[in-house]
Write a protein that binds this ligand. Structure first.
Ligand SMILES: [Zn+2]
Ligand SMILES: [Zn+2]
Length: 176
């Protein structure tokens, strides 16, 4: 079975287990959660931008680990973009909850909205980890989201085409 580790930096254990369960459900990964911090994250800190370089952050993932998704509260960027929700060159990726947090907390609503967004973007980033590209179907979870509004508008599911492609890619990974 393909293994994936969620390195949960958020301090929110419930979020980590929800992400793990969703990744297992969609892709059939055997998912483990490790609650902790990326050991050398300070090397990815950009003091001018006051953001973390997502490329540098994923470079520090321990090699030998098959797939890793860092779940973080750090605000991320990649060169040329103001921010990114996530970044996932295989086999390591990162997803930030920093900009997915609802601006107003209304009872339990803020929590469920955050969870909804995080699960969508986790499925999206793990899609990249296995080799899926952005999808032009607006409702597909693999469509690119530039804002939280766009995240809210898309579904949490892979479209039929992406699902077929994911099945193919996962089969290839299994036979490696
Ligand atoms: Zn993407
Ligand atoms: Zn799609």
């Amino acid at each position: 079975m393909l293994r994936l580790k969620v390195l949960n930096e958020t301090g929110d254990e419930g979020l980590g287990s929800a992400v793990a369960a969703r990744i297992a459900e969609v892709y059939g990964f055997d998912v483990v959660v490790e609650n902790g911090l990326v050991s050398s994250a300070e090397k990815a800190w950009n003091s001018q931008r006051r953001q973390y370089d997502a490329e540098k952050l994923v470079k520090h993932i321990h090699p030998g680990e098959p797939f890793v998704l860092i779940l973080t509260g750090r605000d991320l960027y990649v060169e040329g973009l103001n921010f990114v929700f996530g970044y996932a060159p295989s086999p390591g990726g990162v997803l930030s909850i920093h900009r997915l947090k609802p601006s107003v907390e209304v009872g339990g609503f803020g929590r469920s909205l955050l969870l909804d967004r995080v699960l969508k973007e986790a499925v999206h980033e793990v899609g990249h980890l296995i080799g899926l590209r952005h999808c032009s179907a607006g409702s597909c979870v693999m469509s690119f989201s530039n804002s939280v509004d766009e995240v809210d508008l898309k579904s949490g599911e892979l479209c039929e085409r992406c699902r077929g492609r994911a099945t193919f890619l996962l089969r290839q990974l299994h036979s490696r």
